[in-house]
Design a protein around this ligand. Sequence first.
Ligand SMILES: [Mg+2]
Length: 372
Amino acid sequence: MSPAVAAATDVAVSRLDARAYEVPLDTPESDGTAEWASTVMIVVEARAGDETGVGYTYGSRACRPLVEELLAPAVVGRDALAVAAAWEAMVEACRNAGAVGVASMAIAAVDLALWDLKARLLGLPLATLLDPARGAVPVYGSGGFTSMTDAELERQLGAWVEMGIPRVKMKVGREPADDPRRVAVARSAIGPDIELMADANGALSRKAALAFAEDVLAPAGAVWFEEPVSSDDLEGLRLIRDRLPAGIDLAAGEYGFAAVDFERLLDAGAVDCLQADVTRCRGITGFLRVAAVCDAHGIELSAHCAPTAHVHPCCAAPRLRHLEYFHDHVRAEALLLDGPAEPHGGCLRPDLSRPGAGYDLRRADAEQYEIR
Ligand SMILES: [Mg+2]
């Protein structure tokens, strides 16, 4: 047994702390169905022995008291090397509060912190501990908000292409009359060879979505149509999927929390590519179970947002297509984290030179954003 492993055995989680941070945007943003002016990140630190693991989620500030009230009592005192046992205890502790939504995101932040902690205790990069299927994770640039001017849209998408990212996603569906022009602007900004993706965030009706795909997305050579209708409308997603022009994949799944949410999407034949978010679907433990469900259905998985948190688990997920390099989260992670994800050649690579998930909270820099 190596000294690191020998020292790490029999180490209990001694404390769990949650903090909330709110990073204001330069200008308010919108998509097909929401408007926002800031990014809220809930950061959890899990301590065992001399090591601290860090995890986070983007969600309601209600995640923080939930960690304190329900999750910390379920996790503190447990074996820091048995993350699955802590995960089961957290899900059980949230039974009466409802283990989906906010609770699922709070569990995700703790689970990410526990996996980081375990890897640090064992002196291993997290990707190595999780057993990597790949050493690099392809990304797509994501933003293209409906609140942007054409010039801003052009600049943002063009910048990702200049960085070497070969695929970009834009928001659609807020003002459908503007979208043909916006999609044309996007295509001309990225040139003919870059993959163009569109996300309506559930803004459209079934008929409007199909007409948009045929009249606008297909002529622009788009390859991805995300949440054309609400993700709750499984029949609608399936119908649109079956009628989409060739070459356009239908995607959804970002609001999945429990494994059964993803199983329902797949069982309904609702998607060509399933999305899942490690910071929403109960962390790495939940994400890898979703990946297994995807694998069983022969459907590819695309990771949603929070790029830094996804790098190591995405290395271990079967059938991974790509990871969303989302503008707001890239910005928040650069401000709040040491070791934020930075793509090279269109991919993110895990930092194998340090133990854990490769990032830390920049506590002093983050202080100005803390919600107390
Ligand atoms: Mg989306």
